[in-house]
Design a protein around this ligand. Sequence first.
Ligand code: SPD
Length: 430
Amino acid sequence: MKKFLMIAAAVAAVCACSNDRDQVLKVYNWSDYIDESVIPEFESWYKEQTGKDIRVVYQTFDVNETMLSKIEKGHEDFDVVCPSDYIIERMLNTGLLTPLDFSSIPDGVNYIANNKSPYMQKIFREINKEIDANDYSVPYMWGTTGIIYNPKYVTDEEASTWDVIRNPKFKDAVLMKDAPRDVYSPVLIYLKQDELKSGKVTMNELMLDSSDESIAEVEAYLKSCKENIMGWEADFGKDQMTKERAVVSLNWSGDAVWAIEEAAALGVELKYAVPREGSNIWFDGWVIPKYAKNVSAATWFINFMCRPDIAIRNMDETGYVSANGAREVLDSQIDEEFDPIDVSYFFGEDATEVRVNETLYPSKEIIERCALEHDWGKDTDKLLAMWSRVKGDNASMATYIIIIVVLSLIAGYYVSKRNRKGHKHNTKKH
Ligand code: SPD
């Protein structure tokens, strides 16, 4: 009995210890967005640097809105999260972010200042005119929104416009991102292309356009694509493309890189294009929410993610491009198979002709036809309502099909049962 009590006390002590919030770091990140081996490495590195134990509780989400709602409505105590630009803007506007302070991290292991790309800092400044988002967030990955396509079925010309998602050639073969803002913006850019060309409206104005008219136009357009849409996906689209289950996918550049590489290994060719009408440039950044309970460990974690070798491993694993502007990161991406492009806007003036993947690092010409999304505040609810109507319609179509199939199977079963009975009856008679 004494022995049992001692064991129970030891177990209780271990549990109490690992639940102590100073020794727990809750990280909430996008799925498939990290090389998971860096997490235990952080735990050991943190112990080496601070002498303290830490256990990372790592959870994932698929869409910004799920993450936001857990913090905004649920007040969940995540210590570090990784929202996209327009969500960082919203969190800033609603006072949900804690200012970042890396001053307690010693110079030799402080990876923040030296690795910041001036381009990323400039973009972050555009988030909010009054508050500098650089003081509240550190960029993690960035990219464009575009079209992944299978050139066996889709020509480069067809994929050079957003209207490829409505092209009658691709019935039931298009995958759409289940991310309302990231679909709304490209469709609106497509619908307003004449106004954009004539200068009647700018890209930035479009990114803020939450008018009832525009939402209705996008809704009508998406409903007119329904015959083509085989599914709404948060993260499986890239995989479906590699298996040739779909031929067009509205997706993010990082998923494109991942899919193109995976597909090549299976002998399937995939390509990525940013349509000529224009698109979004986006980034996701680390932030510490207001309800965080371990700000100190969160600060160390964000710093660790900026260590160039860690940034390279995360890039290689996920297909996404790190927002880290260190020369080491650029060097790790140079490959003779690529044509030279000008990425001086990101890495500085000596990077005018580097052989890097243009899907990862968009050329200046692509960047110029892209814009950042912005927070819509309360109008976001109108978008989410439209989104359910569009997807709901699709669901009820699928439901009708399932009902018809099930009813036909039941009817078929009874007809064949009746025929068998009739056959037995006739055989008995003879
Ligand atoms: N699987 C990780 C995907 C993260 C992509 N973030 C893109 C956000 C665009 N708003």
